[in-house]
Design a protein around this ligand. Structure first.
Ligand code: K1U
Ligand code: ZN
Length: 186
């Protein structure tokens, strides 16, 4: 049984979410351990997808499980996923993001995509996806390129969300010792 670990999910406005992740060259023990941890973290959140950069690892790896609540698990791993074709027709889906907790908004994206990727054995695949799989793949592939779903919204909405999360981060940040209330009295 592999030793799995929950990892911290980084939250907006963490700048690491804007990193362009590196391709995986070799699928070794370290990558397999990271994938195990990503599943544990994704299921615990809970979420239906997770990109490695969301646990602060800038590698092009995505985990996903779109199974319904009471159905058995359907874990999927996409290594170096890449959109090779997008349909001209678009659809709208209300998206959320584990790195932007409790904020949901309608996003318009291509209704279907073709995605090539590698599995954990290094085998190459190309799939055509529609529905939630297409939406989730595009959301997660965006993460590997430093793009967030709020980037698909109007500047007004995006700025509002970023402002709210910056304010929240400021509130919870540990102050510098000299900036603590009454520090000058110590
Ligand atoms: O990448 C992420 O931040 C995960 C995100 C994936 C996603 C959701 C919706 C549309 C596109 C991509 C989430 O999983 S947010 C949580 C969520 O959608 C959910 C959680 C529990 C049950 C059902 C859905
Ligand atoms: Zn996300």
């Amino acid at each position: 049984m592999p030793q799995m670990a929950l990892r911290d999910i980084i939250i907006l406005p963490d700048k690491r979410l804007r990193a362009v992740s590196d391709p995986v060259k070799t699928i070794d023990k370290e990558i397999r351990a990271l994938v195990d941890d990503m599943f544990e973290t994704m299921y615990a959140a809970p979420g239906i997808g997770l990109a490695a950069i969301q646990v602060a690892v800038p590698k092009r790896i995505v985990t996903m499980d779109l199974a319904k609540k009471d159905d058995s698990k359907e874990p999927r791993v996409f290594i170096n996923p890449e959109v090779t074709w997008s349909s001209p027709d678009k659809s709208v889906y209300e998206e959320g993001c584990l790195s932007i907790p409790e904020y949901y908004a309608e996003v318009e994206r291509p209704i279907a995509v073709k995605v090539k990727y590698m599995d954990l054995d290094g085998k190459a695949h190309e799939i055509e996806a529609d529905g939630l799989l297409a939406t989730c793949l595009q959301h997660e592939i965006d993460h590997t390129n430093g793009v967030l779903f709020i980037d698909h919204l109007s500047k007004l909405k995006r700025d509002m969300v970023v402002k709210k999360f910056k304010k929240a981060a400021k509130k919870t940040a540990t102050p510098h010792p000299q900036e603590q209330p009454n520090a000058h009295e110590l």
